[in-house]
Design a protein around this ligand. Structure first.
Ligand SMILES: Cc1ncc(COP(=O)(O)O)c(C=O)c1O
Length: 209
């Protein structure tokens, strides 16, 4: 099917005498038919500005809130924690800038909080980290092994109570490597916990002999 006079490549579709086999699904893939079906009504007749006050707007707003609950339930978070964005770059920038904005002086208020970013992040994350670095935040780079998976031992060393954010993609946009998100979350959580303060001096309880 030509679009703007150029052939539009569809996986497996013949172009001239070649059959095109599209091998870049890690970067971009066709929408799942179920998603197409679910969205069709809203992208054709059911659209409306969800910020408006008329009935069409209210219906669109209700559909968005329903979707927010479905997504929240799927990933196990509160609906208020799900933020819809227009795309990946906006989401990445929001996540990096938002984590820093929530901790402008670091968790202990000592100065710009350090952040940890994997070495294989998409430029949308890497550039956001660079911008944070230019504003005084230390950027700690988390390396990956030959298999492209992040080094959890190194992560444990990089995370301390001052770190405001660990940015690691779920699946790499070029290699498709899937990262151990649960292990990363638990390394981040345990690294952020402050060591229990140990008493340096014991005072006798009043009345104790
Ligand atoms: C992790 C990640 N962030 C951002 C982007 C860019 O997304 P968009 O073109 O929607 O801004 C991509 C695209 O592949 C991505 O994989």
């Amino acid at each position: 099917m030509p679009i703007n006079g150029r052939p539009f490549l569809v996986a497996g579709a013949p172009v001239g005498c070649f059959a095109v086999i599209y091998l870049d699904y890690a970067a971009s893939a066709p929408m799942h038919p179920d998603a197409v079906e679910a969205m069709h009504e809203w992208m054709t007749g059911g659209f409306g500005n969800p910020s408006g006050s008329h009935s069409v707007a209210r219906r669109a707003k209700a559909a968005i809130e329903d979707a927010r609950e479905v997504v929240a339930d799927f990933i196990g978070v509160e609906p208020a924690g799900v933020v819809f964005t227009s795309g990946g770059t906006e989401a990445d920038n929001l996540a990096v800038a938002g984590a820093i904005a929530a901790n402008p002086s670091g968790p202990s208020g000592r100065g710009p909080a350090p952040i940890v970013v994997s070495a294989v992040e998409h430029p949308a994350v890497a550039e956001a980290a660079r911008a944070a670095q230019a504003r005084g935040h230390e950027v700690r780079i988390l390396g990956v092994g030959e298999d492209g998976v992040v080094d959890l031992d190194q992560l444990r060393q990089l995370v301390d109570p001052e770190v405001a954010l660990v940015a690691v993609q779920t699946a790499n946009h070029e290699t498709g490597v899937i990262q151990p998100i649960e292990g990363i979350a638990s390394a981040f959580g345990s690294g952020r916990r402050r060591p229990r303060s140990t008493p340096t001096r014991c005072r006798p309880r009043p009345g104790a002999t």
